[in-house]
Write a protein that binds this ligand. Structure first.
Ligand code: FES
Length: 144
């Protein structure tokens, strides 16, 4: 049995969806709407990294149904919450019916967006290197 009645993942941290719409506002609005229904314990809304559906964004997915929505805008959030998360009916006009797997389509983005993606990946590598260095330091301190 799932821990939550519904679990929503919104691509807020992927490199492309944030250029297709205001993903942070989508996230904040959905959290607020779910809270307004008093359902924070039953419906979990999470930020997510890239969901491998770039170019169709903003993308979000609702589990346990594994229903994907594309081109979601902030003004669509109230309908998704009321219809799907509360009413258990899919919002057909936003459904993303893609085959399983990676469905990235990113050629249409301007060079600046690709540069943003490259910079983001570089930062993630630096963060991971820092985490590894910190782990080594902790292990060394524990052994001494
Ligand atoms: S950037 Fe959102 S799915 Fe890849």
């Amino acid at each position: 049995m799932s821990q939550f009645k519904k679990h929503v993942f919104i691509c807020t941290q992927g490199p492309y969806c944030g250029f297709d719409g205001d993903t942070e506002t989508i996230f904040e609005r959905m959290k607020r709407q779910v809270g307004a229904y008093g359902l924070n314990e039953e419906i979990r809304v999470n930020r997510a990294g890239c969901l491998n559906q770039c170019g169709h964004g903003p993308i979000l997915v609702v589990y346990p149904e594994a229903v994907w929505y594309s081109n979601v805008q902030a003004e669509d959030v109230d309908e998704i919450v009321a219809t799907h998360l509360i009413g258990d009916r899919i919002v057909e006009r936003l459904i993303f019916d893609a085959p399983p797997g990676n469905n990235k389509r990113v050629d249409h983005y301007p060079a600046a967006v690709h540069a943003f993606k490259d910079a983001t990946e570089k930062l993630q590598k630096e963060r991971e290197a820092l985490r590894q260095a910190t782990l080594r330091t902790l292990q060394q301190n524990a052994e001494s």
